[in-house]
Design a protein around this ligand. Structure first.
Ligand code: FES
Length: 193
């Protein structure tokens, strides 16, 4: 209506009539929709940011190099072991944002008192993989010829100590092992990760 009046006024050379202000109900409805859109936008932005924030903060709360427990199968299969049994365990290493799966050889064997023990196959000399030699009935390292008894006890060669034992437990009838890393070239076993 006011635009028609303005057109008439323009034609008649008169100043335009100012348009009427919006009705109070229209203004409050527009304000409400504005608020609503703002809140919805803020909620969506927060939801989208959560995965990003979790990704960025994850290394601050994750344990570095955490080694979990690995399942070696039913414990009863290891009763009365004649020779050490070779097994491969998979572990997940977490280092900051990097996660890697690595495989490690271990041997399930009998200790001096007939208790089960699990040995890492990493040679305590320079870290080569020690293997069980059924002909010699002993462990032998292929790198520099270090030898060990079936229990992991040192026999001969350059290694400064016997093979390292790993923490074990029996849970729900299954033998579990926690893989660890040890320092080489030192006479006493020293866990480094
Ligand atoms: S690395 Fe095993 S004897 Fe040297």
């Amino acid at each position: 209506m006011s635009s028609e009046n303005n057109q008439e006024n323009e034609n008649a050379g008169l100043p335009p009539v100012p348009s009427a202000p919006p009705a109070p109900r229209d203004a409050s409805r527009r304000r409400f929709i504005g608020w609503l859109l703002g809140i919805v936008g803020a909620v969506v932005a927060v939801l989208l940011c959560i995965p990003l924030v979790r990704l960025v903060l994850y290394p601050l709360f994750a344990k570095t190099g955490e080694a979990g427990w690995s399942d070696l199968g039913p414990a009863e299969q290891y009763h009365s072991l004649a020779v050490p049994l070779r097994r491969v365990v998979k572990i997940q290493d977490i280092d900051g944002w990097r996660q890697t799966i690595s495989q490690h050889v271990v041997y399930v064997t009998e200790g001096p008192q007939g208790n089960l023990r699990v040995l890492t196959a990493v040679c305590p000399h320079l870290g080569c993989e020690v293997a069980w030699n059924p002909q010699l009935n002993e462990f032998k390292c292929p790198c520099h010829g270090g030898t060990f008894k079936a229990s992991g006890k040192y026999i001969s060669g350059p290694p400064p100590r016997g093979m390292d034992t790993l923490p074990i437990m029996v849970r729900n009838g299954r033998l579990m092992v926690r893989y660890e890393y040890f320092r080489n070239l030192v006479p006493e076993k020293e866990v480094i990760g």
